[in-house]
Write a protein that binds this ligand. Structure first.
Ligand code: SAM
Length: 287
């Protein structure tokens, strides 16, 4: 963990709700230290039909044949790369708060003409109705001012345009991963009894009705569609530890606690394999 991650971590380990500024500073510091970690883990996971979650989002957007697409929180550019393949004539744009993530995206999309900028989802540097489609892959659940960010999506989306965004979803039944995360959380709580695990972003985004309400408040009048699916892979112990230590909070603990968590993670791998399964939800809505 770096000093820049410390004030957010101090808050949540001691049961204090972090401020929006602490959340943003934490996310920035985390991505500064581990740029590209999201796509590194998520690209290893597949749907039952063999697609990555980036392909699921890109296919949904490409089906609308948009003239221009904005990817919010584009990270290292993985979704934009998938979109480039599917919609080669679409003008692509991406924004992210992290300079290090954006530097990776800039290298990967060199020569594509993609317009990549450092910006906040809550203040998009684009004119009204500039895009036929807006996409986001695992971003909106992190944004403290999610209401402003959704209003910004509505503003920059052209009438009739599509907004498609991917969110994590609580699994319907316990999984090996949810059991393991429970064990890790309990371990942290032994040292920090006030620890509150879910402290970034707006919890309303974990429920369909919460998402629908937020979209209405942002100005959307159409009904959203929800496509719930899972991605999974068999991870060996090292890949599992990389994925766990690439998660927010779990990857930002002190050395001693990190080593205790590592032991728990390694002992969760039976016969060399661990079934890593994420539950996801693609939300799509027309402007
Ligand atoms: C979990 S990563 C996902 C990155 C990428 N979309 C992907 O799935 O590979 C979240 C990304 O959102 C960015 N981010 C978080 N909050 C943001 C905000 N308020 N405005 C813009 N970007 C933000 C982070 O810097 C990070 O790159």
């Amino acid at each position: 963990m770096t000093v820049r991650e410390q004030s957010f971590m101090d808050a949540i380990l001691h049961g204090v709700t972090p401020t929006n500024e602490q959340c943003i500073a934490y996310l920035n510091a985390f991505h500064h230290r581990m740029p590209g970690i999201t796509s590194e883990v998520m690209l290893g996971l597949r749907t039952a039909e063999g697609r990555t979650s980036y392909e699921v989002v890109a296919d949904r957007i490409a089906a609308t044949e948009p003239a221009g697409v904005l990817d919010i929180g584009c990270g290292d550019g993985e979704l934009l790369v998938a979109l480039k393949w599917r919609s080669p004539r679409a003008a692509l744009a991406g924004i992210d708060l992290s300079a290090e993530e954006l530097a990776l995206a800039t290298t990967r999309l060199a020569g594509s003409g993609a317009d990549l900028r450092i910006a906040s989802a809550a203040a998009l540097p684009f004119p009204d109705e500039a895009f036929a489609a807006v996409a986001a892959h695992l971003v909106f659940m992190l944004i403290p001012q999610v209401e402003s960010a959704l209003r910004e999506v509505y503003r920059v989306l052209a009438p009739g345009g599509t907004f498609a965004f991917l969110l994590p979803r609580p699994p319907k039944h316990s999984t090996h991963l949810s059991d393991l995360l429970g064990k890790l959380t309990r371990k942290i709580a032994i040292r920090y009894p006030e620890f509150t695990p879910f402290s970034i972003g707006n919890r309303a985004l974990f429920e369909r009705f919460g998402i629908a309400d937020l979209l209405v408040s942002a100005g959307f009048t159409a009904l959203p569609s929800f496509d719930d699916f899972e991605v999974s892979a068999a991870f060996d112990a090292e890949s599992l530890w990389r994925a766990i230590s690439g998660r927010y909070v779990l990857g930002s603990l002190d050395e001693e606690l990190t080593s205790e968590l590592r032991n728990i993670v390694f002992s969760a791998v039976a016969n060399g394999e661990f079934e890593y399964r994420e539950s996801l939800r693609l939300v799509a809505i027309l402007r």
